[in-house]
Design a protein around this ligand. Structure first.
Ligand code: 4FV
Length: 259
């Protein structure tokens, strides 16, 4: 798995190559990352990567040429490193498709991607027309650059790689993970058993795995029904809600069925 990142600030990605689970996965050779700074392919004395927008208006726009040359460098390096598929070129942008867990899962089972981090008001459309295969968004808000979106995609993807998490199970019990059939995660507790007078819920202390699994499932159902009824409807449509789940929801007036 390999990520190539086109960015004016490569050092920002130390966050995933030098810290935490993603850094350890890198040391384990599970993935690699290469950054390409468009400034490196400029030829003018000022190493210009942006200019004023045609039609006027505030701010600056990133030039197409340094971006196109950076993607060409990334593609050449991937081919050199033996990458088989033509990697998707993903521009981080508020106009893109909202990034979610299923997209991280798909990426984790692929050879990776080339991520484009815009800055300023955005990038010249002719770069997008020439190179970009996908536009992804972190959410309906405006960032000062695409780097934070790219960091989120790398982190959410790399932690799903086999061997990235010590406890292989962990990723399976994530919110939105298939096993949880798209439900939000249940509450978690650790020592001490009683904190400021509040005890850990008894089922978790029972040592009774079926009871513990049921308690966790019911907590996930309750929290999901209260906060994300759309996910309950999606699970119901996908047929991943059991009769027991439906009884639990109905008895508590949570997530009423349409009919
Ligand atoms: C963004 C987002 C985002 C827009 C102009 C960078 C900024 C600036 N990227 N999800 N939301 N990008 O706001 O991914 O160049």
């Amino acid at each position: 798995m390999r990520f190539d990142i086109v960015t004016l600030f490569p050092e920002i990605f130390d966050a995933v190559t030098r810290h935490g689970v993603t850094a350890r996965a890198c040391q384990r050779g599970l993935w690699q990352m290469h950054a390409w700074n468009p400034r490196e392919v400029t030829t003018d004395a000022h190493r210009t990567v942006d200019d004023r927008p045609y039609g006027g208006g505030p701010g600056m726009v990133m030039l197409a040429d340094p971006l196109i040359k950076s993607v060409q460098r990334a593609r050449a390096a991937r081919a050199e490193a033996g990458a088989l598929q033509a990697a998707p070129v993903i521009l981080l942008s508020p106009t893109g498709r909202r990034f979610e867990q299923s997209m991280a899962r798909d990426l984790a089972s692929s050879e990776g991607a080339i991520l484009i981090c815009g800055r300023y008001e955005g990038v010249d459309q002719r770069f997008i027309d020439a190179c970009v295969t996908d536009e992804w968004s972190l959410g309906d808000f405006v960032l000062s650059g695409g780097e934070i979106g790219a960091l989120a995609i790398v982190d959410a993807t790399v932690r799903l790689l086999p061997g990235a998490l010590n406890h292989g199970q962990s990723a399976v019990q994530d919110s939105f993970d298939a096993a949880l059939s798209g439900m939000l995660d249940c509450p978690h507790y650790t020592r001490p058993e009683v904190y400021e007078g509040q005890a850990v819920p008894a089922p978790l202390l029972s040592g009774h795995h079926a009871q513990i699994a049921r308690w966790r499932r019911e907590q996930s159902l309750r929290i999901t029904a209260q906060r994300r009824p759309d996910l309950i409807a999606a699970a119901r449509a996908a047929g991943t809600l059991s009769a027991q789940d439906e009884r639990f929801l109905a008895e508590r007036g949570l997530a009423p069925t349409e009919d």
